[in-house]
Design a protein around this ligand. Structure first.
Ligand SMILES: *[C@@H]1O[C@H](CO)[C@@H](O)[C@H](O)[C@H]1NC(C)=O
Ligand SMILES: *[C@@H]1O[C@H](CO)[C@@H](O)[C@H](O)[C@H]1NC(C)=O
Length: 363
């Protein structure tokens, strides 16, 4: 689907804008698909509690890029992950109303399935299946809570007295709605509550990936629980994709790009810059961006292609770019000082000719 420009003020000059969209996806190295036949699919879906299926049209770009991620997904799951070539035989794909490729679906038996909508990366698909294999809420205590919070990026644990049936029922209802996205637990362990320094009833969002947590205290309604889960569950530093790009571009906040070379860097900088992103979240959105896949954007954002990690700030509202000096380390305190200069209007924007307007810069 082609990207359309968001509705921005006509005052916005579009000269960077056109070039910094995520156009052009580099073709990934093609791994081999091993498709199953209709009969194999039917037999597997009948005999497994969970079955992950990718309906593909193998020669299309998005399916080609999925191939190696699918191989990695398969090797990490204890449940079967199969692919179906919709171009070889339409029967099964039509029966499942597959209209765009790839379509990734998780089956609980032949009649019940959910659509997978996240990034088409093993690192996101595998936790999705693991979450689905858990009960809606798992009971935990001081001895085994880390087994649960270690499964995924965010885990919500409700700390409730054993006889607090109304909060238990509300929390469980909300958990049913979000079980595709997060892991949920319940605990009535007093020692654990004491260790976490909270009173019953409370809900803790454990954001294991960034070493942070948020607390919702007291007896609250389902809708308050739902809002808390959406807010605390959203990654503060998300990966920039074509899907969320428009939201960021139409925001009045600054957009801080962290260009990374690999998943290890992505994890590292999400954790490192989390405190800054949290403190300035009303003014700045932070995203990580894959330097290999979107390297062509680095130059338009004042960076050197291939030099990762690197950091730059874009104001869609003013159409201005502020590249972070390549010689400086990307550390929370340096980045904070850099953002403050931009926010206070003390830093001149970069221009594509390589000259900085108004002042000399070390770039
Ligand atoms: C496609 O699969 C169906 C079974 O689901 C089978 O009846 C049909 O013969 C197959 N068609 C081709 C062309 O292989
Ligand atoms: C934790 O331990 C309790 C008590 O033994 C058990 O009921 C519960 O299922 C365990 N939870 C997990 C996530 O292993």
């Amino acid at each position: 689907m082609p990207l359309r420009c968001p509705q921005l003020s006509p005052a916005v000059k579009m000269h960077f804008f056109a070039r910094i969209l995520l156009a052009g996806l580099a073709a990934a190295v093609q791994a081999q698909w091993q498709h199953v036949s209709d009969a194999e699919f039917h037999s597997l879906v009948d005999s497994n509690d969970l079955l992950l299926a990718a309906f593909v049209a193998p020669w299309t770009g998005p399916c080609k890029s999925l191939a190696s991620e699918w191989a990695a997904t398969k090797s990490q799951l204890t449940y079967p992950a199969v692919s179906i070539d919709c171009t070889a035989n339409q029967t099964l794909c039509s029966a499942h109303n597959v209209h765009s490729y790839p379509a990734i679906r998780l089956f609980r038996g032949p009649h019940e399935w959910v659509r997978y909508r996240g990034p088409r990366k093993a690192s996101a698909i595998v936790p999705f299946v693991r979450r689905a294999s858990l009960p809606v809420v798992s009971e935990v205590n001081i001895k085994n809570i880390t087994a649960l919070t270690g499964i995924d990026r965010v885990t919500f644990v409700a700390y409730l007295k054993e006889d607090d049936h109304s909060m238990r029922s509300r929390f469980t209802k909300v958990a049913e709605t979000f079980r595709d996205q997060f892991v949920f637990g319940i605990s009535n362990d007093k020692r654990l509550a004491e260790k976490e320094n909270i009173a019953f009833p409370s809900i803790i969002a454990y954001r294991t990936d960034v070493g942070d947590q948020e607390v919702l205290q007291g007896t609250v309604t389902r809708s308050v629980i739902g809002k808390f889960i959406l807010e605390a569950g959203k990654p503060l530093i998300d990966e920039l994709t074509r899907r969320n790009e428009i939201d960021y571009m139409s925001s009045h906040k600054l957009l801080a790009y962290i260009f990374v070379a690999d998943d290890a860097d992505r994890t590292l900088f999400r954790r490192k810059l989390h405190p800054v992103a949290k403190q300035y979240k009303d003014y700045v959105n932070f995203v990580t961006i894959d330097g290999d896949e979107y390297g062509h954007m680095a130059a338009s954002l004042g960076l050197h292609r291939g030099h990762y990690p690197s950091f730059t700030v874009y104001s869609a509202w003013k159409d201005q770019v502020f590249p972070y000096p390549a010689v400086k380390r990307i550390e929370a305190d340096n980045i904070e000082a850099f953002l403050l200069e931009i926010l206070h209007g003390e830093r001149a924007p970069w221009s594509p000719s390589g000259t900085v307007q108004g002042q000399h810069d070390e770039l």
